[in-house]
Design a protein around this ligand. Structure first.
Ligand SMILES: Cc1cc2nc3c(=O)[nH]c(=O)nc-3n(C[C@H](O)[C@H](O)[C@H](O)COP(=O)(O)OP(=O)(O)OC[C@H]3O[C@@H](n4cnc5c(N)ncnc54)[C@H](O)[C@@H]3O)c2cc1C
Length: 306
């Protein structure tokens, strides 16, 4: 039986892996992959201690750091996915997509969050056929084209900023009157001549032939508008990755794991959680790391005093 199973290899899971191994907790870290969400970012400028780093490079560093500790105390299972966490006697049983089952005294859930998909007809059909959730991955394919960004938060404006570098025009569609992105970013991006934003729209449909050729929305006057476009970049938020554990711990109305921010404990003794899958107010790489470290400190004390 393991002392600890860490689920996730983003900033939170990686930090937990390093700390748990250094404390010689008999640990298993299970992750689909290392790096987490900001892996798609071209330039991360607030990873403390590094003025600028690409998401890919950050992912490589996190993986390398964890692997440095693999061995006696720490075992790593990459390319697998946890499907359930269940109470099992004094501990827990953790099952994975590969059909494995592991027993552990404690669990740290650090599976972060994933992109919210556009819930309209055509969105699934044209996913990766002109509709994409990753500007830094697919943006260059749309050089010289008219594209649309859906979403008026920081991610939407960050995507627009990237696309402005090589597309013919960028139209940002946002469902409410006010943008969620920081005012300074909004002002800077909207100042570009080839940038346009339309607010108070409801997206109705994605259209195309083999590839996307239009997006249909209802404007604020209630008219259906068909806007021709070659590419649609969707940035409408994140969904916490908690399905595999929601029967074992308390979650809130957003499906985030409810934690005690003092210790990272969940409502279930023996399960801790850290990072973007929790109900903390701010979601950032540095915060995910700090909270995961806090969790491992608390797990260590709990195991050693029980
Ligand atoms: C485009 C973008 C840019 C960003 N830029 C910045 C930035 O510049 N600075 C900043 O501080 N923050 C940034 N963020 C936010 C930051 O990425 C997150 O706050 C951070 O990644 C959260 O870390 P985490 O470890 O909690 O979760 P995640 O990064 O989501 O990592 C979760 C990990 O769990 C794994 N996983 C998921 N489900 C399972 C499962 N069932 N079983 C096993 N493994 C699983 C995933 O593969 C992944 O490795 C950005 C986010 C996005 C989307």
């Amino acid at each position: 039986m393991y002392d600890l199973i860490i689920i996730g290899g983003g900033p939170a899971g990686a930090a937990a892996g390093v700390y748990a191994a250094r404390k010689k907790l008999n640990t298993l870290l299970i992750t689909e992959e290392f790096g987490g969400q900001s892996k798609v970012s071209e330039d991360i400028q607030n990873w403390i201690g590094t003025t600028s780093i690409s998401g890919i490079e950050l992912a490589k560093n996190l993986k390398q750091h964890v692997e440095e500790y693999a061995g006696d105390a720490l075992e790593i299972k990459e390319l697998d996915k946890v499907t359930s966490v269940k109470k099992d006697g004094e501990g827990f049983s953790v099952s994975t997509e590969n059909g494995d089952e592991y027993k552990t005294k404690t669990v740290l859930a650090a599976a972060g969050s994933h992109r919210r998909k556009l819930p309209v007809p055509g969105a699934e059909e044209f996913d990766n056929k002109g509709l994409t959730y990753c500007a830094s991955c697919d943006g260059p394919l749309f050089a010289g084209k008219d594209v649309v960004v859906v979403g008026g938060g920081n991610a939407g404006f960050e995507t627009a900023a990237q696309l402005l570098a090589y597309t013919k025009s960028v139209t940002l569609l946002h469902r409410s009157a006010k943008f969620r992105a920081t005012p300074i970013t909004v002002e800077k991006i909207l100042a570009y001549e080839k940038m346009k934003a339309i607010t108070e729209v409801e997206i109705l449909e994605v259209k195309g032939d083999k590839m996307v050729n239009a997006i249909v929305y209802k404007d604020k006057e209630g008219n259906d508008v068909e806007l021709p476009t070659s590419g649609i970049f969707v940035e409408i938020g994140q969904i916490p990755t908690t399905g595999f554990i929601k029967d074992a711990v308390e979650t809130n109305e957003y499906n985030q794991i409810v934690i005690d921010p003092w210790t990272q404990k969940t409502s279930t003794p023996g399960i801790w959680a850290a990072g973007d899958s929790t109900n903390i107010r701010y979601h950032q790489n540095n915060i995910a790391v700090g909270d995961a470290v806090k969790a491992v400190e608390d797990i260590y004390v709990t195991l050693r005093t029980s």
